[in-house]
Design a protein around this ligand. Structure first.
Ligand code: TMP
Ligand code: ASP
Length: 270
């Protein structure tokens, strides 16, 4: 028997649904198979993506916790139960499919924090920098999380103008993002994967602690296979979907296989 019951849907985003539970300090996140890009102008259903992103995120959160980086991750549901999930009041103990995760509730800071180690994506569209250029100093970009506005890039002055966070909070957010980069870059390098860039989201727990939230998966990281020179064949992330390269789920599966090889098993929430 699990120690919690699933409550009503709290929030549905493009890639996940967040449910309340009967415990005030526990939320259940369902990773969807929906793939979107370019602010959801491009959409598809990719069977298995939710499972892969959930499992990859769980392993990476677990790894980051071991490195002293606080995250919202509380564990995966126990696999033993067979109860169905999805309706309010269901017992959320054996979310079939492995695409559920238990997390601590946070007040999400509406910022997308991007760290870039190698030039790719929007950086190369907006500036005269060739894709694949190694950045001597990794770059941290802050975006205002608002789909209606297309998640605009922020300057420090614009962030101050918005008043979302004060200077001390901004510094703490940026420091946490740098620590994630410092932890994940060598982890992936050891798996023969280049962490080109990634986007994270953060939030404050009820007791005011800044936590890494959302997910860390090939949906929001660029990962290149270091053993492959071809600029398309090496892509193991959502750029396969964005660029219509095919093999998206297979690429995510390869990432999970490699991450499973080095990360401690994910906690089970009981
Ligand atoms: P960008 O090059 O499109 O700015 O993306 C930088 C990184 O952020 C890349 O790893 C993909 C990720 N990302 C998201 O997770 N969500 C988004 O909405 C966007 C635009 C990028
Ligand atoms: N995450 C955004 C979307 O779902 C953009 C992207 O990842 O390209 O539309």
């Amino acid at each position: 028997m699990s120690a919690y019951c699933l409550g009503p849907l709290l929030h549905e985003g493009k890639a996940k649904r967040v449910y309340t539970t009967d415990q005030p300090d526990l939320l259940a996140v369902e990773f969807k198979d929906d793939a979107t890009a370019f602010n959801a102008q491009k959409r598809a259903q990719l069977s298995g993506k939710g499972f892969l992103n959930c499992q990859i995120s769980a392993l990476l959160f677990e790894y980051l916790e071991l490195q002293g980086i606080p995250t919202h991750f509380l564990g995966l549901p126990p696999a033993s139960s067979t109860s169905a999930v999805g309706e309010a009041g269901d017992e959320a103990s054996g979310e079939a499919g492995g695409n559920w995760m238990l997390v601590r509730p946070v007040r999400v800071v509406p910022l997308e924090v991007v760290i870039r180690n190698i030039a790719a994506g929007s950086l190369c569209k907006q500036l005269p920098i060739a894709p694949g250029t190694r950045l001597e100093q990794p770059l941290l970009d802050l975006y205002y999380k608002d789909d209606g506005l297309g998640d605009p890039l922020l300057s420090e002055a614009r962030l101050r103008l918005l008043g979302l966070v004060d200077d001390a909070q901004r510094i703490a957010i940026e420091q946490l993002a740098w620590r994630v980069n410092t932890a994940l870059r060598p982890l992936f390098a050891g798996l023969n994967l280049e962490l080109v860039d990634f986007k994270i989201e953060l939030g404050y727990s009820a007791d005011g602690q800044l936590l890494l939230a959302d997910e860390i998966s090939p949906d929001n990281c660029r990962l290149w296979d270091r053993g492959i020179a071809d600029s398309q064949a090496r892509i193991l992330d959502k750029d396969r979907f964005r660029q219509d390269l095919g093999g998206v789920v297979e690429a995510y599966g390869e990432v999970l296989k490699r991450v499973q090889g080095v990360c401690p098993e994910s906690r089970v929430y009981r």
